[in-house]
Design a protein around this ligand. Structure first.
Ligand code: PMP
Length: 558
């Protein structure tokens, strides 16, 4: 293979191009009073342009992939790297590229946008690569071949021997799009870059890394290919936020690796379960985070899943994919929901569309909501709690002052809370107060679920004219230390001796440690301050960083 293939294939205009030189290229130091890029001096650090060559990020990627930094170019999604390849190598109106069918749709769109011919070769019936047909179709104007492996939408990875034959014999660049490679056991072609000067590998953070929103795509190739693409790339194509977020993810890859393993397990579970459904003809194997499901009537199944709130991709009009829906693997709970829908596909049950997003969130983070029902001879209680709420409260215990206190918990913790109690108030307040507190604590415990990624601790101090201190730990052990004295016998209809009892019952239900101390003259304010401080402490302790999946405990359990 010609080592100068990059120069041979590239558009003459790009070889001759003197690329734009940005201020950050002309002065590369990072100290000084920067008055060279017409940026605003204010609003640090966002006033400054991003690093045009993403040095830190590319360095990290180079270490991870075992290549040199000069073998990497980054794009605003791998879609941008696809476009850069066209603009670097294909002369509009003259050149053409080759790809397979069915495959990812952007190769053709990018070709059309760039005025480049696009030819395809149909995959074999078993979705394997038709190597001879590909090689036969190429001629001197065929600049690139796009091979998506694992392929979208078929899900399979192409055999190494077939890929080698193509790499060794195809006259142009062979672009291997490995968007889904992290789900495959077969490894990446990045390792073969030194061997094949015509190889370009594309990868992305949009799939396994869960970062589709930041648009970070990678292309790996020889230095000769990358340096030509660098000339074409818009100067600041990857923004600072994306560079930072990507670097953070790549420095801490553990969560991604765990999720990939879970998604692969779930894919196989879904495939096995679906294979036994009566209307399923075939569940195709996959090396990706999706798979094809071949059924009797794909349109009908697609529509009925939509009415149940599950959106999959109807690929039944693609060649070789007749009757196929493409299903992306979800969380275990989402997958269970999908399986449940498929098993009961003929039931008429429809849910109001407004609840779909809530359902979707619940399926990703089950446990952030709880419904608690408690029925004894003395009380009947129903509590609905949503930790991701807006502080909405609808509370009716039959005790006005108690309602007022419980409302503080919702308002100041940011949780939505509905409490309906029908208690034996004709006896006294004791049962209503105690049982509600236990049920409320239990609702928090349930809503915290496996407690993955929560802050766990909370504390709050000054309130009103009183000093109220509530220290809270959702650590699994119920305990109350109570340091508050009340001189009045009752506030509203509540006996003040019951306050300590409330917090004790709550701590038991929530399996929480509570340390409560309050001082102040006004008795009403004092107890209200304690409830508000509890709510603020709850607000801190239940907080969960999006996507965090570590347990805040050195013991490994809470
Ligand atoms: N390649 C393939 C095969 C894809 O399926 C996709 C997106 N569906 C992409 C590339 C685009 O990736 P990115 O988000 O990095 O632009």
């Amino acid at each position: 293979m010609n080592p100068n293939i990059a120069q041979k294939l590239a558009r003459p205009a790009i070889i001759a191009l003197k690329p734009y030189s940005s201020a950050r290229e002309e002065f590369t130091g990072n100290e000084g009073i920067f008055m060279d890029a017409n940026e605003s001096p204010y609003n640090k650090p966002w006033n400054r342009y991003p690093d045009p060559f993403q040095q830190n990020l590319r360095q990290r990627i180079a270490e991870m992939k075992g290549v040199r930094k000069d073998n990497i170019i980054l794009g605003n999604g791998s879609d941008e790297t696809i476009d850069m390849l066209f603009r670097t190598f294909c002369e509009p109106g003259q050149d053409k590229v080759l790809s397979i069918i069915p495959t990812y749709g952007m190769y053709k769109v990018s070709a059309d946008i760039n005025g480049v011919g696009y030819e395809t070769v149909l995959l074999n019936d078993d979705f394997s690569l038709p190597v001879d047909a590909i090689l036969e179709k190429a001629d001197e104007r065929t600049k690139m071949l796009f091979l998506c492996s694992p392929n979208n939408p078929t899900g399979n990875r192409f055999a190494d021997e077939d890929m080698k034959r193509v790499l060794e014999n195809f006259p142009g660049l062979v672009v291997v799009d490995e968007a889904y490679v992290d789900f495959s056991t077969g490894g990446s072609w990045v390792k073969a870059l030194d061997k094949y000067p015509n190889l370009v590998v594309l990868q992305t953070l949009s799939k396994a890394w869960g970062l589709a929103a930041i648009r970070l795509g990678m292309a790996f190739a020889s230095e000769a290919i990358i340096s030509l693409m660098m000339k074409v790339k818009p100067p600041y194509n990857v923004n600072t936020l994306s560079q930072q977020k990507a670097l953070k993810a790549l420095v801490e890859p553990e969560a991604t690796l765990r999720r990939v393993a879970e998604i692969n397990n779930e894919r196989e579970r879904l495939r096995t379960e679906m294979a036994s459904l009566p209307f399923v003809k075939e569940v195709l194997p996959s090396d990706s985070n999706f798979f094809l499901l071949r059924v009797d009537d794909a349109d009908a199944l697609y529509n009925s899943l939509t009415t149940k709130g599950v959106i999959v991709r109807n690929r039944s009009r693609e060649p070789l994919c007749e009757g196929c829906l493409r299903i992306s693997v979800g969380t275990p709970a989402q997958n269970n929901y999908l399986l449940d829908c498929l098993r009961n596909i003929n039931s008429e049950e429809e849910r109001p569309a407004a609840s779909w997003n809530a359902l979707a969130d619940w399926l990703v983070y089950p446990g952030r909501t709880a419904i608690r029902e408690r029925k004894t001879k003395e009380t009947e209680i129903r509590i609905e709690l949503n930790l991701e709420g807006n502080g909405k409260a609808d509370i009716n215990t039959g005790l006005g002052f108690y309602d007022h206190m419980l409302e503080q918990i919702a308002r100041h913790s940011g949780c939505d809370l509905t409490i309906q109690v029908n208690g034996d108030l004709e006896v006294d307040e004791h049962h209503t107060l105690e049982d509600t507190a236990i049920a409320l604590g239990e609702a928090f415990n349930e809503a915290l679920g496996n407690k993955m990624g929560i802050e766990r601790y909370g504390f709050a101090l000054p309130m009103d004219d009183c000093a109220a201190m509530v220290l809270l730990d959702f650590g699994g052990r119920p305990e109350l230390v109570w340091k508050a004295k009340f001189k009045r016998e009752k506030i509203g209809e509540l006996p003040t001796e019951m306050f300590e009892h409330f917090f004790k019952s709550f701590a038991i239900g929530a399996r929480a440690n509570l340390y409560i101390k309050a001082k102040g003259k006004n008795e009403h304010h004092k107890i209200e301050a304690i409830f508000k401080a509890l709510a603020r402490a709850i607000r801190m302790a239940i907080k969960r960083e999006e996507g965090a999946d570590f347990l805040p405990s050195t013991k490994g359990m809470l």
